[in-house]
Design a protein around this ligand. Structure first.
Ligand SMILES: NC(=O)c1ccc[n+]([C@@H]2O[C@H](COP(=O)([O-])OP(=O)(O)OC[C@H]3O[C@@H](n4cnc5c(N)ncnc54)[C@H](OP(=O)(O)O)[C@@H]3O)[C@@H](O)[C@H]2O)c1
Length: 333
């Protein structure tokens, strides 16, 4: 039987990696949505001839207006991926993430799509008072969206609220416990990927763009983080591994709920020293003598649920080596 998937946000850094990964994991057809299909023709090279079907889709902040387009996109699909999104600190970001995730779930239900995978972000996993040494858990740790909004953290709040409302829509609570058995049994299987910093080569052949690559480019060019190595850590995943985790969620019939899309949290000292190993022109800044780097604990994660998806993750050096090669190929560093 032909295996079909739909990807919303297919032209994005994450979405395009998901498109590629779907073909690597046995899908035959990927319906790839974009607001401007004419500019998305490069997606065709990510699969076999005729495998990528590029379709128009313009989502609004209010949602609701794209149900017909979503229906056409998702009809006959085994799985749907909602990788669209942006990180503007504006209330409309909340509307966009929540309303469109709910529309995707609604249309998946109508069209009998078995699984829906949403791309969220680690901003949803920060309850007040959680220390770095307490391993974060997908089923225990949730940000407070009201506190996030009050603090002006609108984009993370958008992801927190998207998750809460999406779980409600499939008859579950935020910890993925069933709260409405009838709704849960009549809804698509919902998985939510929760990444922090995503690194690795961008598939879009155009200019480097998005949330993470322009920033890391500045670090490699020493326009940022030049004075001293921060005594802090960053939770990282390779974009190709994150895509494989998305696809594993769709393929594994028992996968359900939130999954960290994180390899682990690395100290900046390790990250910057590894960049120096793979990029001969880069010299890390000095340590800050006032800081106690040895005692700093990196953010800890409970990796059990993520590991249950059975995806082998690249090490930091492989990710950074491929990233540096990619940035060089774009004359960006
Ligand atoms: N990159 C990171 O390090 C990172 C980390 C954590 C979480 N995330 C989250 O992961 C998700 C994907 O991030 P990304 O880096 O892949 O973003 P990206 O590269 O900027 O891609 C965004 C995608 O969303 C689509 N899109 C935006 N507005 C749309 C609209 N009105 N209607 C239809 N499609 C629309 C775009 O499609 P077209 O322009 O083709 O229409 C594009 O494919 C986001 O929610 C982001 O917050 C990213």
């Amino acid at each position: 039987m032909v295996k079909i998937a739909s990807v919303i946000g297919a032209t994005g850094y994450v979405g395009s990696a998901v498109v590629k990964s779907l073909f690597e994991h046995g899908f035959d057809v990927v319906r790839a949505a974009s607001r401007s299909p004419a500019n998305a023709s490069w997606l065709s090279s990510l699969g076999p001839e005729g495998g990528v079907q590029i379709m128009p889709l313009t989502l609004t902040n209010e949602g609701g207006s794209s149900l017909e387009e979503l229906g056409q996109l998702m009809r006959g699909s085994d799985a749907a991926f909602f990788c669209a999104g942006f990180e503007e600190q504006s209330p409309s970001t909340i509307d966009f993430m929540v309303n469109n995730a709910l529309d995707v779930i609604k249309v998946a239900k109508q069209e009998n799509v078995k699984s829906v995978v949403l791309t969220s972000s680690g901003g949803s996993t920060n309850p007040a008072g959680l220390t770095d040494s307490t391993p974060k858990s997908e089923v225990l740790h949730f940000s407070d969206p009201s506190a996030q909004i009050a603090a002006g953290k609108i984009s993370p709040a958008a992801k927190t609220l998207m998750e809460i409302r999406a779980f409600e829509a499939v008859g579950r609570d935020h910890a993925n416990k069933i709260t409405d058995a009838a709704l849960a049994s009549s809804s698509p299987r919902l998985c939510i990927m929760v990444p922090n910093l995503i690194l690795g080569p961008q598939l879009d052949p155009g200019p480097i763009k998005g949330n993470s690559l322009p920033w890391i480019c500045k670090i490699v060019k020493k326009q940022r983080m030049n004075e001293s190595i921060p005594n802090d850590s960053m939770s990282i995943i390779d974009v190709r591994d994150l895509a494989s985790l998305h696809v594993a969620c769709a393929l594994n019939p028992s996968a359900s709920g939130r999954y960290f899309g994180v390899n682990k949290s690395f100290p900046w000292r390790e990250i910057l020293n590894t960049i120096a190993e793979v990029h001969e022109c880069y010299v890390p800044p000095p340590l800050n003598e006032a800081e106690d780097y040895e005692s700093k604990v990196t953010t800890q994660f409970d990796h059990t649920r993520k590991n249950s998806l059975g995806v082998a993750l690249r090490d930091l050096e492989s990710t950074l080596r491929d990233l540096v090669e990619y940035l060089k190929s774009k004359n960006a560093i």
